[in-house]
Design a protein around this ligand. Structure first.
Ligand SMILES: [Zn+2]
Length: 212
């Protein structure tokens, strides 16, 4: 399986995956509403190339029950990871345990070969996972591995939900030096918050200095 394209807006693959459930708020279908939508998202992240996506699409037509089970599983993992991402280190023991259980269930089922690959473009090395067996179930492996990494490395302390008002469900990894990043994106939620603050400040100034 190729390496995911980075960087993601959310900073990590598993957080980008959690954010796929925000579409209904914008009157768009949930990314995971269909198996095709799921494959399209995987291709956008770089986890699938067009050839492999087409092969999986063909297979889904032949095995619709397996495809819909894989989609169901993806949604289930996502709903387990969301509360963990939203609360980070402050997640309850129940939420954390549920996520660990789901991650382990998937990792335990994955069979395949791990390899090291060298990218001659930038000289970097990365691990890849070549699945053997159920190709549908294997699609989730890089996602749960990304969540597992966050738990193991202590990165969870930097995982936040956007502080926008009205509420924005996006979660992200705070990589700022100060560790005080509040918004999923400065260009959208951050700017809106700034504009709201500005309007409030103008209003209160007007109240204090009535026109004569
Ligand atoms: Zn936001």
């Amino acid at each position: 399986m190729p390496r995911a394209r980075v960087p993601f807006a959310a900073g990590r693959l598993w957080l980008e995956f959690v954010n796929t459930d925000e579409a209904p708020r914008h009157a768009q279908p949930d990314t995971l509403v269909s198996f095709d939508g799921y494959l399209a998202w995987l291709e956008r992240t770089g986890l699938l190339d067009a050839v492999r996506r087409a092969a999986l699409q063909r297979r889904a037509v032949e095995q619709p029950a397996s495809a819909s089970a894989a989609l169901h599983e993806a949604r289930r993992i996502r709903s387990t990871l969301r509360p963990l991402a939203e609360r980070g280190l402050h997640a309850s023991e129940r939420v954390t345990q549920a996520a660990v259980l789901e991650i382990n269930r998937l990792l335990g089922r994955s069979t395949g070969v791990r390899r090291i690959a060298h990218d001659p473009r930038d000289g970097s090395f990365h691990q890849t996972f070549v699945p053997a067996g159920d190709a549908f179930a294997a699609l989730l492996i890089p996602i749960v591995e990304s969540a597992a990494d966050a738990l193991v490395t202590g990165e969870l302390s930097r995982v936040r939900r956007c502080a926008a008002d009205p509420p924005c469900p996006r979660v992200f990894l705070d990589t700022s030096r100060s560790g005080h990043r509040r918004w999923c994106d400065m260009r959208t939620c951050g700017n809106r918050a700034k504009a709201t603050r500005h309007r409030a400040a103008v209003k209160s100034t007007r109240r204090r200095t009535p026109a004569s």
